[in-house]
Design a protein around this ligand. Structure first.
Ligand code: AMP
Ligand code: MG
Length: 322
């Protein structure tokens, strides 16, 4: 821990001086900057090639730190943060004036969460400021769940990468907004809708034209590897051209191995938590096989299955496969 501690102190100093640091959280790796330093935040957008209309989540090390960032905390937001923080839940509330516009893409609201990861929490504490951080990947690509993933894409852009091993949750946080008194699900994620509704009752799902849940800046096509992912296919009628190299992203152990050049199994025993943890790394591995396309199995949309299917829909292409 001594070695890690020195690294965290170095990382915090980089943040205080306006640099950018990649760090592990329980969901995915983040690329962080001091939320109150607009130039540092601009470097995050630049490194990721992220469009400025896509706002960032601000990470705090303690629930009370949220108070200084927002106008008020509605009771239901309070209840959820008490229950799920630290953890994969982001709340969207009316922001205080002094939050730089670049962080919120000019919106009057701010997305905030307290991550459940010792390295992330020490980094924020030692930086003496909340940290604005999106996922540490190039815009539009799969989120990183290991330090190696960050190194591959952004190694030469960031000032430091803190390595905390693989992320235990593996999908991004659930985003719930509380505007005009009504809770709305903007993005399914690491805390399930069922768990949230068990605390605050029915939550409306905000949807875009395609019918997928949507926060500002979230695009229907995202998390996309180079290889096309096909989601809507039918096992019974599937005939694959022998010339084609096809991969399978399976939920459980598949029955038929023959058709596929490479198979990634998300969870042998069909466990949604395990599947979420493995999802992004499995997509990255499949993407390295130079396949013509990847068939992805659908996953039951309960619990974490909702977040997994949301990411698969955004990662997939629509249309013909042969
Ligand atoms: P990432 O950390 O890369 O998953 O991106 C953070 C996501 O949080 C953005 O793409 C937005 O969809 C969402 N977000 C950030 N700020 C806000 C906000 N003020 N209101 C609604 N959604 C937000
Ligand atoms: Mg992202």
């Amino acid at each position: 821990m001594g070695h890690n501690n020195d690294l965290i102190l170095r990382a915090a100093e980089i943040i205080r001086r306006g640099g950018i640091v990649a760090f592990p959280t329980e969901t995915v790796y983040g690329l962080g900057a001091d939320a109150f330093n607009p130039l540092a935040v601009a470097r995050v957008f630049e490194a990721k090639k992220r469009p400025y209309f896509d706002p960032l989540i601000v990470h705090v090390a303690h629930p009370v730190d949220m108070k200084k960032l927002v106008k008020e905390i509605p009771l239901n937001a309070q209840k959820l943060t008490e229950r799920f923080w630290p953890g994969p839940l982001t709340v969207v509330l009316l922001k205080e004036e002094d939050i730089p516009d670049i962080v919120t893409a000019g919106l009057p609201t701010l997305a905030i969460r307290m991550p459940n990861h010792p390295m992330a929490l020490s980094l924020i504490r030692e930086s003496n400021s909340p940290i604005a951080a999106p996922s540490a990947n190039l815009f539009g690509y799969v989120s990183p769940t290991t330090a190696e993933h960050v190194q591959e894409q952004l190694g030469d852009q960031v000032d430091l990468i803190l390595d905390g091993g693989p992320c235990p949750v593996g999908v991004e946080s659930t985003i719930v907004s509380f505007l005009e008194g009504k809770p709305k699900l903007l993005r399914p994620g690491g805390v399930s809708l069922e768990e949230i509704e068990s605390i605050i009752g029915k939550v409306e799902i905000s949807r875009n034209k395609e019918g997928t849940p949507s926060a500002p800046g979230m695009l229907p096509s995202h998390y996309a590897p180079r290889t096309p992912i096909v989601l809507d296919w039918d096992d019974q009628s599937l005939v694959i051209d022998k010339e084609k190299n096809v991969g399978l992203l399976a939920f459980r152990e598949p029955r038929d191995h023959l058709k596929f050049r490479h198979i990634e199994v998300l969870s042998k025993k069909g466990d949604l938590r395990e599947a979420a943890t493995n999802l992004f790394a499995a997509i990255r591995r499949l993407d390295r096989w130079n396949l013509d396309f990847i068939l992805a199995e659908t996953i039951p949309e309960i619990g974490l299955g909702r977040a997994i299917m949301d990411r698969l829909r955004r990662a997939s292409i629509k249309g013909e496969i042969n």
